[in-house]
Design a protein around this ligand. Structure first.
Ligand code: GRF
Length: 202
């Protein structure tokens, strides 16, 4: 099993979906061993502690370079023997030193069908507002590997969600989570972790 860290910034409903799937025995190639938040007091940390997972906040100081924050994050991940990383609503762009240390070993969930409504500036409600503004009839979620291009790494899984004529951005955000994100992320984690274990044994 690959020791996995989940990085969060907020409520942690995607983290919860992973923890629940692990409890149900649906994730057997990875084990969540650490949750890190870049925001003090994020509810995601509570969820981790309730599941008996070590939960820490690591906040970027206002004058700290992203690269230096990356070094602190890396040393934390290495001290815990982390082999795989999941970004589950983590709102900081990861610096290159972290991405290079975990090639094809960082997963991210994005609440749209990439390449639509993604990249710099597309986060949270902004993604769903843009989808409504464009008038698309389908949106959804994507799990992809993280590389140096924001939301640009190899796509692992996608799931479509229908946009309703009366949708608000908030309503659409919730449905995309319920119908796509919470299902997709635990599945993609298991699939990618299994692949890595197989590569390691080859
Ligand atoms: C999700 O919509 C995720 O796709 C996005 O941020 C939100 C995080 O929600 N990147 P939560 O903290 O997992 O509840």
């Amino acid at each position: 099993m690959l020791k996995t860290a989940v990085l969060v910034s907020g409520g942690g409903s995607n983290l919860q979906a992973i923890l629940d799937a692990e409890k149900r025995g649906e994730i057997c190639s990875a084990r969540i061993g650490l949750v890190v938040s870049n925001k003090e007091g994020a509810y995601a940390l509570e969820r981790a502690r309730k599941a008996q997972v070590e939960a820490l906040s690591l906040v970027k100081a206002p004058d700290e370079k992203l690269q230096d924050y990356g070094l602190r994050l890396l040393s934390l991940l290495r001290s815990r023997g982390i082999e795989l990383v999941v970004l589950a609503g983590f709102l900081l762009i990861l610096p290159p030193n972290v991405i290079e240390a975990y090639p094809e070993r960082i997963l991210n969930i994005h609440p749209s069908l990439i390449p639509s409504f993604c990249g710099k500036g597309f986060y949270g409600l902004k993604v769903h507002e843009a989808a409504l503004q464009a008038g698309v009839k389908l949106t959804g979620a994507t799990v992809h590997l993280v590389n140096e291009i924001p939301d640009g790494g190899r796509i692992l899984m996608q799931k479509a969600v229908e946009v309703r004529p009366d949708d608000t951005a908030e309503g659409l955000q919730l449905r995309v989570m319920q119908e796509a994100e919470w299902i997709l992320l635990p599945k993609a984690l298991e699939i990618r972790a299994k692949q890595i274990l197989e590569e390691n044994n080859a």
